[in-house]
Design a protein around this ligand. Structure first.
Ligand SMILES: [Cu+2]
Length: 338
């Protein structure tokens, strides 16, 4: 029956080429299909770095339902012996002119200041803590006990890249990440709709109360929350917003720097490494885009618990509120239906 077979082949090929439906079974446990398509990336209603909102097109891809957990990261470390950036002393050659006393293994930990502070200076609550690392997320005395299913934190770019390579996965582009976070909702403020707490329900691990002094804990969590603590979005992805920021592969650049922002941009990837460097930063470390906001995002300080929100993150830096999840892009042969 060549005719029906041919018809079946071509219709499934068409669907798969656009990535609307999954090309088969998930490549690994815990991954879901994010359908390809065109959506409005960015926002004109919030911070300037999110503007202009502009249509982009991405192909379908597989994504981890949840941020990579401490248990998963431990399996990677056990298998490879990987030592994270935060666990190593920085190489003085990489930081010319730096005070040698500062070149020790350390990572940035959030510490609540005991008194009102100037909100313009993040060093009022970010402390570079010697001995803080993914194994000791809240400082050298802390451990992972009870945190096995929390997102791993204190991972720098080299760490997440090594994990992805080991897992046979990749890091998402910003456009892929934002497509996924929106969960199929057109132009909604949040990953679940337009209200932060619909019917009073907390949909994400963010900060309630006056940041950085008073955390009212109405969502039940002061630090990270276990993955799957909050409802998944329309595509079955958990905690895309809040809990921890997540790395993407794109070098940071202003949305406005994208050429022809008025027209559909197909599969935007990358940015420019040199252009991602903060001109005011003497260490000149390139920066990638992080997405999703964290448990520290608060209405009075940082309303970045939205799919469109984005920040630049220096690739050598790790913190207590930044993690990641991975994607798998169907190979060209899969996408062709062969
Ligand atoms: Cu924030």
């Amino acid at each position: 029956m060549p005719a029906p077979d041919d018809a079946h082949m071509s219709s499934s090929q068409a669907a798969v080429a656009g990535g609307a439906s999954p090309p088969g079974a998930p490549p690994a446990a815990g991954m879901v299909w994010v359908p390809g398509g065109t959506y409005m990336m960015g926002s004109d209603r919030h911070y300037p770095e999110e503007a202009p909102a502009h249509p982009v097109t991405v192909d379908g891809f597989w994504m981890d339902r949840c941020a990579v957990t401490n248990a998963e990261f431990r399996r990677f470390v056990d298998a490879t012996g990987h030592v994270t950036v935060a666990e190593r002393a920085p190489d003085p050659a990489d930081y010319p002119g730096a005070d040698p006393a500062l070149l020790v293994p350390a990572s940035a930990v959030f510490r609540k200041p005991g008194r009102p502070v100037d909100l313009r200076n993040p060093y009022n609550w970010w402390v570079n803590v010697q001995g803080a690392s993914w194994r000791h997320p809240r400082g050298p005395q802390s451990s992972l006990k009870g945190l096995e299913d929390h997102p791993v934190v204190h991972v720098a770019w080299a760490d997440v890249e090594a994990y992805a390579a080991w897992a046979g996965k990749e890091l998402p582009s910003e456009a892929e990440w934002e497509r996924a976070a929106r969960g199929g909702l057109e132009d909604a403020e949040f990953a679940w709709g337009d209200e932060l707490t619909p019917g009073g329900r907390h949909m994400a691990n963010v900060w309630q109360g006056e940041f950085p002094l008073r955390n009212d804990l109405l969502d039940g969590h002061e630090y990270t929350a276990p993955v799957r603590s909050y409802p998944p979005n329309g595509w079955g992805l958990f905690e895309m917003v809040g809990n921890v920021w997540e790395w993407t592969v794109d070098w940071y650049q202003a949305h406005g720097a994208i050429t022809h922002a008025c027209c559909t941009v197909d599969h935007p990837r990358g940015g420019d490494r040199e252009a991602s460097i903060d001109a005011a930063d003497p260490t000149s470390v390139p920066r990638r885009v992080m997405k999703g906001g964290s448990h520290l995002c608060a209405p009075n300080y940082c309303r970045r618990y939205r799919p469109a929100a984005r920040m630049a993150q220096a690739i050598d830096t790790s913190t207590s509120h930044l993690g990641f999840r991975c994607v798998v892009r169907p190979s060209a042969s899969d996408a062709d239906g062969r």
